[in-house]
Each structure stands twice: as C-alpha cells, then as structure tokens.
Design a protein around this ligand. Sequence first.
Ligand SMILES: [Zn+2]
Length: 65
Amino acid sequence: MGSAAAGRQAVKTKPCDCCAQPVTVAYRFQLAPAKGWRFACPACLPAEQAKPGYRYGGTWKGSRH
Ligand SMILES: [Zn+2]
C-alpha cells in the first residue's frame, strides 16, 4: 500500500486557530461553553487565556522526540 518510508519527516506544523499561521508548537484550549478543542500559537495564547472560560488542554508539538 503506498506507505513506503518517506525518509526523515520534517517537523510537522499545525495551523493556529486564531491567526492561521502554521506553527510547530500549539497550545490546546477550550473556551466555555466548550464546543471542542482549539489550538493557539504562542503568540495568540495570551489573548485566549484572558477570555472567560479558558481551559488549557495540553501542548501539541510537531517535532518528534
Ligand atoms: Zn496564532
């Protein structure tokens, strides 16, 4: 099936749900009333943290360890 090794994969990115920029580290969070998880880049996180109902849900990292 076509999943031959593609060599060493570069760091993955995820688009920030706030500014849409692809980032390698994103912070997962919810705002109440919760409708699911969103991701914020480090630059957008402070603004989201200031909103009522902010709930931290972990850190997503695109780099493999
Ligand atoms: Zn952002």
